[in-house]
Design a protein around this ligand. Structure first.
Ligand code: MRU
Length: 353
């Protein structure tokens, strides 16, 4: 039983597990150019906030290698254009902007263009490596919080394949399995793109975690009839007051947790906090194409000319969140104050891209 890995840097090459093809095909794609990376993120071949950030960082480093100028100022301007290009892939997950900004900052220490190119790839590798350690810590804290729980619900895929390894919301389950603690995880299928059924169930099966698939509309009944003890989800962006954007359907689960009086946990690294925004109302919500709703794969399931609203994320108000699990520790309300002191001023992702 192994925890699957979706991003591999090996022999100076980047390979990603093509998540569009899961669970029927396990296929790693080699990404070599900034355009390859752009396409992989936009088409959800790689997805999940931390994985998007890591891949984008490699993409910026690849893009830099094609610039021939030896003039640092000119190089920096070209890099900024590349950064803007990659920032245009997906708007909600702040890890994307955080990673790009981190590379743009790191490269300021360069003496020459060649030095800058080395810094960029080294920084991308560092972001990649750090994420695994970060997720492991989130898993440890999460395991502590879920010490007495067995039946836990989740949505989307905030798992190993959405990060460097282990994941955020799924990290406690993987670590639990390594140590002989068996959770029963109820995975919401996560319409429209089915990250729950295609990705989470597959991922948990790979590492030997007991997983049960439900459709999203079964959540309330399942909480009631299967003694669900907690809900744990990932995050794409957390505002300074704790309001959290995550996959569409998360808000409904948070309200259900409140109604059934069970804890609702958010698990996320500090790179998912955006302390430049005061509340969730400022989080940009990605809207995706209508076909994701009107079709299941290639099969049409709605009439021609159906009007569609397809937001990919929703925002859960902080008041519904029992705790936020980070690599630095567990945050409880009052989030406004506690986020500030734990996450600090480290993040100021107002991207000037
Ligand atoms: O559209 P996706 O699949 O990128 O959405 C992913 C999520 O909503 C995850 O829960 C979030 O990014 C956290 S991944 C550790």
């Amino acid at each position: 039983m192994t925890v699957p890995i979706s991003i591999k840097w090996h022999a100076e090459k980047l390979a990603i597990l093509n998540q569009q093809k899961l669970p029927t095909e396990i296929h790693y794609l080699t990404l070599e150019t900034i355009e390859d990376v752009y396409d992989a993120i936009v088409t959800l071949k790689v997805r999940g906030a931390p994985a998007i950030g890591i891949t984008a960082a490699y993409g910026l480093a690849f893009g830099a290698n094609r610039h021939k100028t030896a003039n640092l100022k000119e190089f920096y301007q070209l890099l900024q254009e590349d950064s803007r290009y990659l920032a245009g892939t997906r708007p909600t997950a702040v890890n994307l902007f955080w990673a790009l900004e981190r590379l743009m900052k790191a490269v300021k220490n360069a003496n020459t263009v060649n030095h800058a190119k080395t810094i960029l790839i080294e920084e991308a590798k560092r972001i990649h490596e750090e994420d695994e350690a970060t997720c492991r810590l989130i898993g440890e804290y999460g395991l502590e919080l879920l010490k007495t729980a067995q039946n836990v619900m989740t949505i989307c895929n905030a798992g190993s394949i959405a990060t460097a390894k282990y994941g955020t919301a799924l990290a406690p389950f993987h670590l639990g399995a390594e140590r002989g603690k068996q959770f029963c995880v109820f995975a919401c299928e996560t319409r429209p793109v089915l990250q729950g059924s295609r990705l989470t169930v597959w991922e948990l099966q790979q590492s030997g975690v007991d997983a049960t698939l439900i459709t999203d509309s079964m959540a309330a009944h399942t909480i009631q009839s299967k003694q669900i003890e907690a809900i744990i989800v990932g995050a794409d962006r957390i505002a300074a007051n704790g309001d959290t954007a995550n996959k569409i359907g998360t808000l409904g689960l948070a309200i259900l947790a409140n109604a059934f009086d069970i804890p609702f946990y958010v698990a996320a690294p500090s790179s998912t906090f955006d302390l430049t925004i005061a509340s969730g109302t400022e989080i940009p919500i990605e809207e995706r194409k209508a076909e994701e709703v009107t079709h299941l794969g290639d099969i049409r399931i709605a009439p021609e000319n159906t009007k569609v609203f397809n937001p990919a994320f929703d925002v859960t108000p902080a008041k519904y969140i029992t705790a936020i699990i980070t690599e630095k520790g567990i945050l409880y309300p009052n989030y406004q104050e506690n986020i500030k002191s734990l996450i600090g001023s480290q993040i100021g992702v107002k991207i000037g891209l």
